[in-house]
Design a protein around this ligand. Sequence first.
Ligand code: FE2
Ligand code: FE2
Length: 288
Amino acid sequence: MTTAEPALVYKEYMGSWTLDDIPWQSFDPSRLDPEIVRIVKAAALVEFNGGAYARHLCKVFADDPEFRVRAERWGGEEIQHGEALARWAQLADPEFDFPAAVARFRAGYNIDFDIDSSRRGSRAGEMVARCVVETGTSSYYTALREASAEPVLQEICRRIAADELRHYRLFYKHLRVCLARERLGRWGRLRIALGRVVESEDDELAYAYYVANEAADEPGLPYDRRRCSRAYFRRAFGLYRAHHVERMVSMVLKTVGLTPNGRLGRWAGALVWWAMRRRVARLARAAA
Ligand SMILES: [Fe+2]
Ligand SMILES: [Fe+2]
C-alpha cells in the first residue's frame, strides 16, 4: 500500500457488533438440530484460533503498519466469531467445556506460524489464500444460517457471514495492492487457490471436530484424521445448496483473475456442485 492512499480507505472493514448485540434470550432449544450443534462446536474452536493467523500476517507484512492494523482487527473479529459460536454451543449443550476444548485443540494442532514469510511464496499468494478462506467461510455461514431453524444461531451466522464477506473484500483489495508490486499470474494464483482448497481437508477442521465432539463423547478414543474429516464434511457439505456453491466459485474465480460471471463461471459452478453432491452421498453411504 502506498503512503499516498488515504488512511481511512479501510474504514468500511471495521467490526460492527459485539456479543451483546446477539439476542441470547431468544434461544429456542426446541429448534435445535444435534448434527448442527456438532459442527458449530468445531467451528468455534477454529475461529477462536484466528489470533494465530493474525500474528502470522503481521510478520509477513512487517513493514506495512497500515495493513498490520487491519490484520489485527481482522484477527479480533475471528476470535469474536469463535466466542459467539462457543456461547451458542454452550446454550445448546451445557456440558460443552469450551475452555478445555480450546486447550486440547491448541495442544494437539500446531502450525508453525513463527516464520516471517508467507508459506504461499509471496505476499500476493498469501492474500489469494486468505481470499479463498474468507470465500469458504462467508458461504459456509450463509448455508448454516439457511439450514438452521434456531433463531439465535441464525442471527449469529448472519452477522458472521457479513463479516467474512467484508474480510474477503479486505484481502481482495490488498491482493490488488500486492499484485501491483509482484508478478503472480492467473495460473500462479489458481494453483495457490486450489492448494488452499485442498488444504481444508488437513487436520484443522477434522481435529477441531474430534476435540469438540468425539473426545468429549468417548474419552480415550484416538484421533483418526480420515474418520473425523469424513464426519465433519458429511455434515458441513450437506448444508450447501447450489446457489451457495455458485457464489463461492465466482468469488474464487474473481480472486484468481478469471471472469466470474461468464460461461466459465457457470460450468465451474455446476461442476463443483455436482462433485459436492457426489461427495456428500458417498460420505452418507459410508456412515450408514
Ligand atoms: Fe470467521
Ligand atoms: Fe473471516
